[in-house]
Design a binder for this molecule. Structure first.
Ligand code: FAD
Length: 599
């Protein structure tokens, strides 16, 4: 045991900064990265985390004090092992699937434009963009009793997720899964003839699903008295957005009416999302589509290429393959579904091998030519065929780019990186304190549930509460068949970052429910911090994996260990039971498995 002074780290050159909250007291046990104090500069508030763990002996500051870099906050009695970084750090978010760090570009803050015109309407909060991040933020702000407007260029709320992303893809995947499931029943003596697919009706079903949800959102906006301003918004100053009003009857299609409206705001939340990456060498041709085009389900090709072996490409590939297409996939990295541990992906690969003619990993697409009889694609790399290959349909699913550069955020003084990301602090504030940013535009992972969570944080701050994005983990799910879901520290991350872990696995071959369902190929894996015993990650491959990963997320957030999870009574017989049983494996005895070898 030794005494350690916890000091203020580099806080960007700010001096004599106000302490607005002290989160510790003498006798507390402080964990690594736990917030000690909160500082407020004229630009933002920031939390100062502990860089060592131990028991607080002395607190050297109080609310109202001023402090600078190097100032002593507290003295703790640090225990050797506890002081070593072993748990996942919130900021690092090792948890996030396929996570890339938001580019830290040190973009210089631009000078805000001065706006001297008048406003047509004034709001407490204007939310720019009506996607899952934007509408969630706006509804939460309205629930706080503030006057709020959403500026959205298209006819419906819900953004990419509801209109051309999460929801339509799942509507199609559900139908594909039922078709596949019915095929499995043949082995149990229940035989159906091959399905007759009416593609127009299937498309209609998907549209109905979207309509139900977006209609519901419009109703909820009305009920909350949230103003919807249909148009494309651009900042004209630090407190004003000019909206070029649009007419739009369909998502991703809008024309400007020529009329403009200027709105003034006290606070603004930028939720402008992202768009698909266009590869420069790919020609325009109706047989080459992005995810939106693929969701339109214009045709079922005989031979389809997916450029990009990530979740979006593989989900769409699953749909097209079940409807009759043969698939090729090309991916520059050394494996599909990057971010998930390879043992999970291997199970998916085995179950899905029948869909693919070629899985070209470590391979690049270098040329695409549209000819009358098909799209000819040339590849380069480890698995590249020597000759260009012909396809009836090519899906480009090579990633998404943020929309930060399209809304003149710089005119409000907001710094935007070269790539179009907007950097924020843990309160979702940009470098301009009354302007927040959330969702895809602030960085990876570009997922709807991250956008919604960030939206709620920004909304609470707009309403004067003190809220932070301090989620430890963000789960990722591929809604393929079987589903692949993962969260927190993966084995790959642990290896890369030198985190000492223990893992426990429960194979679904021993799950009564999975066997009864005829789908026992999957497994559930839990990952624990080897020193503290706390759960820090997990992965599931199998049917409904995405519905189950939430329990592991909660366990991580609550700091559970294997005993907490294993001794929680899970209903039987369920697939969710496999999480409890994986924890029992970690505890040394799982009575649904053969006896484990004792070390
Ligand atoms: P968006 O949803 O992109 O919404 C931004 C909105 O802002 C848009 O409606 C846009 O029109 C509007 N806008 C932009 N600029 C302006 C402006 N200047 N003025 C007015 N309006 C503007 N995520 C998941 O979590 N689970 C999934 O299963 C999943 N599946 C997906 C499947 C596909 C095919 C795709 C493409 C994406 C999927 N995603 C999924 C990702 C998810 O859709 C996004 O992460 C999410 O929509 C991001 O929300 P957002 O609010 O940040 O932005």
């Amino acid at each position: 045991m030794s005494s350690v002074e916890l000091k203020v780290p580099d806080i960007g050159g700010h001096e004599n900064v106000d302490i607005i909250a002290v989160e510790i007291k003498v006798g507390d046990t402080v964990e690594l990265e736990q917030t000690l104090i909160t500082l407020e500069t004229d630009k933002a508030t920031m939390d100062v985390p502990a860089d060592a763990a131990g028991v607080v002996k002395e607190v050297c500051v109080k609310v109202g004090d001023k402090i600078s870099e190097g100032g002593v906050i507290a003295v703790i009695e640090a225990s050797g092992s506890a002081a070593v970084a072993s748990a996942p750090k919130t900021e690092d978010k090792p948890a996030a699937p396929a996570q890339v760090e938001t580019p830290k570009s040190a973009v210089p803050a631009p000078q805000a434009a001065s706006f001297s015109g008048s406003a047509d309407a004034e709001y407490d909060v204007v939310v720019l963009g009506g996607g899952p991040g934007g509408y969630s933020a706006a509804f939460a702000v309205a629930d706080e009793g503030l006057k709020v407007a959403i500026v959205e260029q298209y006819s419906t709320l819900g953004g990419v997720c509801l209109n051309v992303g999460c929801i339509p893809s799942k509507a199609l995947l559900h139908n594909a899964a039922v078709i596949d499931e019915v095929k499995h029943l043949a082995a149990n003596g229940i035989k159906y003839t091959a399905p007759e697919i009416d593609i127009d009706m299937l498309r209609g079903y998907k549209e109905k699903v979207i309509g139900k949800l977006t209609g519901g959102l419009a109703g909820m906006a009305k009920a909350r008295k949230v103003d919807l301003i249909k148009g494309f918004g651009k900042f004209v100053g630090a407190n004003h957005i000019e909206v070029a009003l649009t007419e739009s009857t369909q998502y991703e299609q809008a024309t400007e009416t020529g009329s403009k409206k200027t709105v003034a705001f006290k606070n603004c939340i930028i939720a402008v999302g992202s768009r698909v990456v266009n590869l420069p060498f790919i020609p325009k041709d109706p047989r080459i589509v992005d995810s939106t085009g693929a969701l339109e389900l214009r045709q079922i090709p005989e031979k389809m290429l997916i450029i990009g072996g990530g979740i979006i490409g593989l989900e769409m590939g699953t749909v097209y393959s079940t409807l009759g297409a043969r698939l090729d996939v090309v991916e520059m990295m050394d494996g599909l579904m990057q971010g998930a541990d390879r043992d999970l992906v291997k199970v998916w690969e085995k179950m899905n091998a029948h869909r693919f003619d070629n899985i070209m990993t470590k391979t690049k697409t270098v040329a695409v030519e549209a000819k009358e009889d098909g799209i000819y694609v040339t590849f380069e790399g480890e698995k590249a065929p020597a000759e260009p290959q012909r396809y009836d349909l090519v899906l480009v699913a090579a990633g998404r780019v943020p929309n930060g550069k399209l809304c003149d955020a710089e005119k409000a003084g907001v710094a935007v990186t070269e790539l179009g990301f907007i950097e924020v602090d843990k309160q979702q504030r940009t470098n301009v304190p009354h302007i927040y940013a959330i969702g895809d535009v602030v960085g990876q992972p570009m997922l709807a549930h991250k956008a919604v969570h960030e939206g709620h944080v920004a909304a609470e701050n707009c309403a004067g509460h003190k809220a932070f994005f301090d989620a430890r983990v963000i789960p990722g799910v591929a809604y393929t068949d079987p589903e692949v879901a993962w969260v927190g520290v993966t084995e790959e991350i642990a290896k890369r970052d030198g985190i000492k872990i223990t893992k426990s696995v429960f194979p679904w071959a021993a799950s009564g429910r999975a066997i009864a369902n005829g789908r026992d190929e999957g497994f559930t894996k839990l990952i624990f911090d080897a020193e503290t015993g706390h759960i820090i990650g997990g992965g599931i491959v199998g049917t409904h994996a995405g519905d189950m990963i939430g329990e592991i997320c909660l366990a991580i957030e609550m700091g559970c260990d294997a005993e907490d999870i294993g001794k929680t009574i899970h209903p039987h017989p369920t697939l969710g039971e496999s999480i409890g049983m994986a924890a029992e494996v970690a505890n040394g005895t799982c009575t649904d498995l053969p006896p484990q070898k004792k070390a």
